[in-house]
Design a protein around this ligand. Structure first.
Ligand code: 6R9
Length: 633
């Protein structure tokens, strides 16, 4: 193992041993040493009150102000636009000034501590600035994924009760323009009088003009220019919410996962440092959208808290030419590159010759997140992109965990292809069988986490009862992740995918219930089921079965597939449009009327036998019927 990494197996052992012996002392020390506090916490974990409960701090002061005395002139952000010469660099001092100005604009809009601000932006610097500005004044940001439809945005804005929305006139994708403001207008129209949004701030990404509603909408730029660059950070309690972020679960509507301030930031800083072997000269590029938790922890908070230089890239991996991402790495000397298996597989399919044209020797550490990475993609990433010399950190974690939980630690842990390897210090994963009994040694089972860790979510916005039932009720005494995993005799983990009704398409979490809810609006359909099946590029592909009402005429039935695609596009977003829709006369059900997804999944995969005992079904005759329909395509 190379000795150029911060940690060695021996120093890492001291860490893991320390946290095992005295977690309270370990985390209190980490909290103190990683963050600046306006009131230092005297305890790390309090079962009742949460992490660092008697401490106060500000997340933005931790990401910006503290770096100014010694590193004010260090580059905080390198933003690369789609066009080669479109580059913006901001030092920590400049970023700080912009965040303060933005925070003052928000205050002028009446945003107060505890209020929610929704952010719906393409990959522009203002995304990070807006998040930091919210943190500075103690408002919670709610970043909405760029791919959401107007209805999906409306649901989330309503649930969060956001008072201000930050959006863009348009997003850029080559010559194409993506209508951010128009989509937001449509979302707010859907909310009508019930909307809590008082102001819409519009980032002018291009010169394109968009309609502004008098009294509600304003262009951001003139407000920023007029705003003061002084803005004292609000001292927040460590357990005050920093943000809420929507994610999909197996039941009902998307949930607003709430993260706190002190624990979350400690975890983001700790894991960014360990997992990516952070060194001050690094150029850190995480390709995630800020609308995803990965963009929160490893674009916005972890690297900035650690004083890193981050790269943001507005463009696509292979546009306008294949190899665009590699060109960006070579141009900016990226040292640490963190992306998703879906992207790796897509880039791999273009062949080895393309990355071979670029000088990728600046790379030190490669990372993967969002879905299980297959052996072939892991090996390609390691060999072709990393030249066999860069560790590939496969980081397993979730919106709810706040930061990486199971991951390789460069220099400290021996890699195994396609394995997330070992839990990070302070993380106690367990594997359970279906009855909830812990499995020892080499085993495969349901992945749960015991005990707490600083990055653990606080709750679900507006629904703490749902938080408890979703995560702590399925296997009492354990946090239920929704994932399955295999562990080898040395304790290495391989994540096998979701064991609940969440489908992971290219790293996007999609709840089958979300899809089925959208389809239920089509009157001619009596029932539907969404399942995930393996997909070469996307990890999982979405398949939908629909059951039309009886007696429909042929022409109406024939039009149903298109209607399904359309309604998913409008209610959820284009990213959730299914690969295939099968029109079927019925769904396989148990005698108590539950859909048997396991069967539907197998049949959608093209399996025709080995389904086990079907006699417990209420309608076993439907099975050969489904096989026939799927077989016909
Ligand atoms: C960070 C993030 C969480 C779900 C998670 C799991 C899957 C994430 C993974 C992985 C295998 C990895 N997942 N990382 N599966 N290996 N390295 O992705 O958060 O969007 O909440 O998704 O993603 O299924 O439960 P989120």
């Amino acid at each position: 193992m190379s000795s150029s990494f911060c940690l060695t197996p021996q120093t890492y052992h001291v860490l893991t041993d320390g946290v095992r012996r005295d977690p309270e002392e370990f985390w209190l020390k980490e909290g103190h040493r990683r963050l600046v506090w306006s009131r230092e916490p005297t305890r790390a974990m309090d079962q009742e009150k949460g992490w660092f409960a008697d401490g106060t701090l500000n997340a933005s002061a931790n990401c910006l102000d503290r770096h100014l005395p010694e590193h004010g002139e260090k580059t905080a952000i390198i933003w690369q636009g789609e066009e080669a010469d479109h580059v913006i660099r901001l030092t920590y001092r400049e970023l700080h000034a912009r965040v303060c100005a933005f925070a003052n604009v928000l205050r002028d809009c009446g945003v107060k501590r505890g209020d929610r601000v929704a952010i719906h932006l393409p990959c522009v610097i203002e995304g990070i600035i807006a998040m930091q500005a919210c943190a500075r004044i103690g408002a919670m940001h709610v970043v909405l994924f760029g791919g959401f439809s107007a209805e999906a945005i409306a649901d989330r804005v309503a649930d969060s009760g956001a008072v201000v929305v930050v959006t863009a006139n348009v997003g850029r994708r080559g010559a194409k323009r993506i209508p951010y403001k128009t989509t937001m207008d449509a979302a707010l129209r859907l909310l009508g009088d019930k909307s809590t949004v008082r102001h819409v701030l519009v980032v002018g990404v291009t010169e394109d003009e968009v309609p502004l509603e008098a009294g509600r909408d304003a262009l951001l730029e003139p407000l920023l220019r007029a705003a003061s660059m002084d803005c004292a950070p609000e001292a927040m309690n460590a357990t005050d919410p920093l943000f809420l972020l929507y994610t999909s679960g197996s039941t009902g509507k998307p949930k607003g996962i709430v993260h706190g301030t002190g624990g979350y930031l400690t975890w983001a800083s700790f894991t960014h440092q360990l997992v990516f072997d952070h060194q001050p000269s690094d150029i850190f590029w995480c390709t995630a959208d800020i609308g995803w938790i990965t963009g929160h922890s490893y674009v916005a908070y972890g690297p900035l808290a650690n004083g890193a230089t981050i790269l943001l890239f507005e463009g696509m991996p292979s546009h306008p030419t294949p190899g665009r991402w590699w060109e960006v790495i070579a141009k900016h000397g990226v040292t640490t590159f963190y992306t998703s298996p879906t992207a790796i597989r897509a880039l791999m399919s273009e062949g080895d010759e393309i990355p071979g044209r670029y000088d990728l020797s600046s790379l030190r550490v490669l990372g993967s997140v969002g879905e299980p990475i297959n052996h072939e993609a892991w090996t390609w990433f390691h060999e072709v992109i990393g030249g066999g010399r860069c560790p590939v950190v496969d980081t397993w974690w979730q919106t709810e965990t706040g930061g990486a939980m199971i991951s390789l630690v460069p220099g400290a842990v021996e890699a195994r292809p396609a394995s997330a390897t070992l839990p990070l210090p302070g993380v106690n994963p367990v594997l359970l069988d279906e009855k909830g009994q812990p499995l020892e040694g080499a085993a495969e089972g349901i992945l749960c986490i015991d005990g707490s860790w600083p990055g653990c979510a606080l709750t679900i916005w507006n629904d703490d009862a749902l938080f408890q039932t979703t995560y702590f009720k399925p296997y009492p005494g354990h946090y239920f992740t929704g994932d399955g995993a295999r562990r080898d005799e040395d304790g290495y983990f391989w994540i096998t995918g979701r064991v609940d009704d969440v489908i992971n398409v290219s790293g996007h979490r999609i709840g089958s219930a979300e899809i089925e809810d959208a389809i239920s609006e089509i009157h001619d359909i009596s029932e539907s089921a969404a399942v995930g099946i393996p997909h070469d590029l996307k990890g999982q592909g979405l398949i939908v079965y629909i059951v039309p009402h009886e007696g429909l005429d042929k022409a109406v039935t024939a039009g149903l597939k298109d209607q399904v695609v359309r309604i998913i596009g409008t209610k959820v977003g284009r990213y959730a449009v299914p690969e295939k829709v099968f029109v079927v006369p019925d769904l396989p059900k148990t005698r108590s009327g539950k859909n048997v997804r396991r069967l539907m999944r197998k049949i959608a995969c093209g399996e025709t036998e080995g389904f086990g005992d079907l006699s417990t079904l209420a309608n076993p005759a439907i099975v050969p019927e489904l096989i026939r329909i799927v077989g016909e395509g």
